[in-house]
Design a protein around this ligand. Structure first.
Ligand SMILES: CSCCC(=O)C(=O)COP(=O)(O)O
Ligand SMILES: [Mg+2]
Length: 209
């Protein structure tokens, strides 16, 4: 593989465990959703307006259970998680190879950007309040579903254009094959990470070691 001019990283299953997202973050948002909405009516009004149906809260709770990557849900989850990170209830999980890789790539002069279905605010919270300390100084940018869904080719073209780079000089790493397929179709290099084996790599330590 040629050395890329930029690296794009998925979060859940790539930098951080699926269990942390599914068993810690999502339940936290589920538990605090109703109280948060009641306490912040003005802040959440524009988000609820984007949720279809007569009972937006019921729809949002259903979306959490279905792991829907809907932008209004992701925005609201990020706002709710901010409370948990602020009071110390939440600490962002990162695999040990994540900070090591971020430092290695920074040392090699390769900027690293995140691309997650989690909102940009949520991404910053996780990496600022990670178990390995504040990792945000090692990151150069953040992309979420406002750049498009992660399984669509156009989203990767949009991100590359935003960075002013041709897709061919970028490397994307994700644990979801549909995402790496979409990135490859856009022209990016892509690696499927499977921490139990069976992917292109099993940890970020194997990516541009
Ligand atoms: C930013 S942490 C929360 C991650 C999240 O909400 C999510 O849906 C995970 O999606 P990813 O694209 O990182 O697999
Ligand atoms: Mg993922």
């Amino acid at each position: 593989m040629n050395v890329p001019q930029a690296i794009l990283l998925d979060i859940e299953g790539t930098t951080s465990s699926i269990a942390f997202v599914a068993e810690v973050l999502f339940p936290y948002a589920r538990t605090h959703l109703r109280d948060f909405v009641a306490a912040h009516p003005d802040a959440v009004a524009p988000i609820l307006a984007e949720v279809p149906g007569d009972d937006p809260l019921a729809t949002l709770l259903q979306w959490i259970d279905e792991d829907r990557k809907a932008t209004p849900l992701k925005t609201l989850q990020g706002m709710i998680w901010a409370q948990g990170y602020a009071d110390g209830t939440l600490k962002g999980h990162v695999y040990p190879d994540t900070p090591e890789a971020l430092r290695r790539w920074r040392g090699a002069g390769i900027p690293v950007h995140l691309y997650s279905s989690g909102s940009i605010a949520a991404q910053k919270l996780l990496f600022r309040n990670s178990e390995a300390g504040d990792l945000t100084p090692l990151l150069s940018g953040y992309f979420d579903t406002t750049s498009g869904p992660k399984r669509e080719v156009e989203s990767y073209a949009t991100i590359a254009a935003t960075l002013g780079l041709p897709p061919a000089v970028m490397l994307f790493v994700s644990d979801i094959r549909a995402e790496t397929d979409a990135a490859r179709t856009s022209g990016m290099d892509a690696l499927l990470i499977a921490r139990d084996g069976g992917g292109d790599v099993s940890s970020l330590a194997e990516v541009l070691p």
